[in-house]
Design a protein around this ligand. Sequence first.
Ligand SMILES: C[S@@+](CC[C@H](N)C(=O)[O-])C[C@H]1O[C@@H](n2cnc3c(N)ncnc32)[C@H](O)[C@@H]1O
Length: 284
Amino acid sequence: MTLEGAWLASGTLGDVLRRSTEHLAANGSDTPRLDAELLLAHALGVARIDLYMQLDRPLDPSELDETRALVGRRAAREPLQYVLGEWGFRRLTLTVDRRALIPRPETEVVVERCLALLEGLEAPRVLDVGTGSGAIALAIADEHPGAAVTGIDLSAEALALARENATRTGLPLELARYDLFERLPDGPWALVVSNPPYVDPEDRSTLQPEVRDWEPAESLFGREAAAAVARSAATALDEGGALVLEVGDGQADETAALLRSHGYTDVRVTPDLAGRDRVVEGRR
Ligand SMILES: C[S@@+](CC[C@H](N)C(=O)[O-])C[C@H]1O[C@@H](n2cnc3c(N)ncnc32)[C@H](O)[C@@H]1O
């Protein structure tokens, strides 16, 4: 054990939970208790709720080693989701790691809008631009079973992760490497969806270390991708097909105007669970 790990040399599960929480709080976690519970449950291979049945049990040396390793990674501001190696997105549990962006709760709202727009279509062709972990594409395949979904990304690493997630979930998914600034795969598509990179590179220093130092830069930074997708989708979509875009906080109005300028109709903005306008859609 290193000197750094001496804070967790022995103790009952309850002691370890308390000291892990203190260690994470001291190292900048916003949610130290939640993080400690999830990491400890993961280290011990139990459900989080079951921790509370065994608070008085002393941990054995291998359990302490595993907990120390996981808590140490989180204390270095690695995102909780990467340390756990998996994360929930809608009804799915997906593998998450540094190859792709961690799926976010606001992106679940994107999927909600896609499903609403696909309602009544038996076998729609759906394109997810910048698929990353495959979260959006796989959730649509899961919740609209007739859909034929294709995910594209420029990152070969992200595509490999999306492939692993398709295998893990047993859901059908076509994947291909494309640069969205060059062209989209041939349509016609009933729905094009994208959560493109939308953080202004100038805002890099305002990001939390978990995002700035760990998530792939190519999944975060850029302000031109949404416009490129809107432009290409205008010709790749079926007549009556829909485009759904996730946008950054404060970008919804300009994106809605952009869609109108490309001839999209029924342009609509939907807020995320925190009430911020984050999803913009339109129809051909
Ligand atoms: C914000 S992430 C979204 C990941 C996933 N769809 C999600 O919602 O969690 C943006 C994705 O776009 C991909 N990307 C960035 N530039 C691209 C480009 N020029 N062409 C295709 N994909 C690109 C990144 O690799 C990344 O996976």
